[in-house]
Design a protein around this ligand. Sequence first.
Ligand SMILES: [Zn+2]
Length: 350
Amino acid sequence: MTKSLLKVSLFICSLIALAAFTKKGPEHTEPQKPALSTIIIDAGHGGVDPGARGQNSTEAAIALSVSMKLGKAIEKAMPDVKVIYTRTTDVLAGGGTNVQQSLRYRASMANEARGDLFVSIHCNAAGLKPGGWYAKRVVGHKNKTILVGKGKKKKKKVVREPIYETYWVKNWQHGTETFIWAADRVGYKGDAINQKQEEGGEGGENVEDSANVLDLNSPEARIRAQLYEKKYFAKSLQLATMIEEEFVKSGRVSRGVKQRNEKGIWVLQATGMPSVLVETGFVTHTEEEQYIMSEKGQEEIVNSVLQSLIRYKALLEGKSHHPAEQQPDSSSSARETQQTGQQIPGANRK
Ligand SMILES: [Zn+2]
């Protein structure tokens, strides 16, 4: 009786040991994956969706050109990092003509490629027209004699009339900004969608369609947003801050790190990885459009993003020598800059 009990317990013990061994097995044999081995570069818009329009260019064209240059620069500076593009030609990523389906494609291809980072390249737009527009203002008054009354009662009357002047309004908004997903602003989320639908959405997307494809209030989207907040928000914020710092170093005007939470950048939280959306400048600002279209301008933009990626990689690998750069931790700084950003009158989100 005692002997058989001992046999049984020995058998159970060896089963447990075997289970523990097989469970631990893969962890021992699989080498540690580097913290940043695959970067997804996403050129915004494309194909039927030109994005924002400048006087001489479109957002889609600039985004593609900058993205291709950025990919090559990363491959050269960080040979151990694999670069994957969501598009390499002037098409809507994934083909087709549906903007929202393209966003879904961008996210799923990034997830399937097991990216460690998602960088989306865009351009900004603001104001009534690219470059500027004419407006009228009152610069004084003049007296004018008019006739009032009928027949014999008709008499002269002097009235004061405004003098108008036509003047040129420069489309002044310029600078860079980097967006991260605003995972925690649930109330704002619904409002943003409704507002966007009234406006007809970015790039003339089909609203009815997009409501089915990207329901930000669906349980799936909520879970993703929570996951993003928990796992990727801090890192996304860290990188976004570095990108804006590097833009400032190269002499650009930085509008800061901002949070956004709407369909157009749904892709940021749908990617299971830290993700940022870089607005490289305003196509609607005459001089800035010239700059972001130029070889020199694009090289400088690419270099700023590259320098921030080098710093970000060093941070992940624990090699950062920058005193302010410690392991990413949740911070309220983006929320503060977001509020600052909202004070800019007429700021147009693209
Ligand atoms: Zn855009």
